[in-house]
Design a protein around this ligand. Sequence first.
Ligand code: LLP
Length: 431
Amino acid sequence: MICDNIKKLNNELYFADVKVTDLAKKYGTPLYIMDENKIRQKVNAYKNALKKYFGYDALTLYASKACSFKYIYKIMSEENIGIDIVSSGELYTAKAAGFNLANAYFHSNNKTDFDIKYGIENKVGYFVADNIEEINLIDEECKRLNTVQKVLLRVTPGIDTHTYEADKTGKVDSKFGTAIETGQAIEMVGNILKLNNIELCGFHCHVGSQVFEEDVYERTAVIMIKFFADVKEKYGFEAKIFDIGGGLGVRYIDNDKTLDIDKKIKELSECIKSECAKYKLSIPSFRMEPGRSIVADAGMTLYTVGSIKIIPGYKNYVSIDGGMTDNPRYALYRADYTCYTANKMDEISDFEADLVGRCCESGDIIKPKAIFPKSIKRDDIIAVATTGAYNYSMASNYNRIPRPAIVMIKDGKDFEVVKRESFENLIENDI
Ligand code: LLP
C-alpha cells in the first residue's frame, strides 16, 4: 500500500482503520476522507525535529493553501503551531476557527490594498513581504493606525528544483520574492530599515514544492546565510528569523521515495549551524512551512464507477462521478496517483483503462493507464490515495458540479468537517 494508513482486509479497502465502502454508503460520493491522526503525526514529526535540532524557538507553520477549512486550523491551533496564509480568505477562515492570528504569516506576491489593511487590522503576526511596493503600503497603513508591523522579506535564492514547472519558486526570474543575485534584495533591506512602522525580523525563501533532491535545502541555506552575513556587514542588521519555506515531497506512487523528515531537518540544521559559524552569526530562529507533507497522505478521495467504455484495439475508460473538479492535478501537472478498487481488493487487476471524470473536457483525467480488476462495473468504489493536499483547496465548480464533502476520521470515528455543496449553494450568489 502506498501509505501505512491504508490496508486491505477481506476484499475491502480500509483507510485509517475504517472500511471505505461504508463511508461511501453513509456520505455518498465523490467524497474526501481525511485521517486526523495522520495529520497530527506529521505535524509532530516537524515539531519534534525542529525542537531537537533548532531548539524551542523554532516553529512549524502549516502552509494552509494545501488544504484550508475551519477544522484544520483548529487542529493546528491545538498542536500549537503557526500557519502560512496566502489570502484574506484563508485569514478569515482561520479567524473563524478561533486560530490566534499572532501565529499567522501572511504571504502572497501581490497583496491587495484590502489584504494589507485586513491583515493589519486583524493583527496578523507577520507579513511575509514580497516587494518594496508592498512594504511601503504596509508602512503607510501602520502609520495611519499608529502601529508597527513585523515583517519577513521574501527573497529568491536562485535555486532551480526538479519539480513540476508550476511548482518552482526559487529561481531568479520567479514572480515570487526579490532576487539576491541581482542585488535588489540587499538594496531593499537598506530601504526597509529606514521605515519607522516596519520591524524587519528576518528573511524568507521557498524553492518549490514536491521536492526530493538530496541537497536542495542545504544549497538554499548556504546562499541564504551568506545573504544574512552580507546584510549584517552592510547595515549592521542581524536577522532574527530564517524561514526556509515548505516543499518536502510525498509518495504518490510506488516509485516515489519516502522522505525522512527528521533526517532532512537534522542535515539542514547542521548546514545552517556551520554556515552561521563561518560568518560568526548567531543562529536565527528557524521556521519551516510544510503543506503537502502534512496533509497529502492524510487524504483519500472516494468515487463511484459509472460508465465503462471499451474501444477495441484502442483504449478503455472507467468513468467516475468526480474528476478534475475535485482533483485538477493531472490536468495541470500530469501528476500521478495510486488508485484502488475498494470493494475488490483481492481480485487480480489486469484491465487497463484511463480513470476519467464526468466533466465536458477530454483533459478530465485522474489517472491514465490505471489498472482495475476485469470485473470492474458500475457502482464499484474507486479510492484515489494521497489526495489530502491541493485537491479540495484547488477544487472548482466547473460544469456546476458541487464540491464534495470532507469527512474526518479520528480514532476510528468519522464525522463531517465540510458539508457537500448543494445545488442551492451553486446559485447562492447568482442574481
Ligand atoms: N511556503 C510557500 C511560500 C509556498 O508557496 C508553498 C507552496 C508552501 C510553503 C508549501 O509547500 P508544500 O510543503 O505544500 O510543498 N498546487 C501545487 C502546489 C503549489 C505549491 C504552492 N506553494 C500542486 O498541487 O502540486
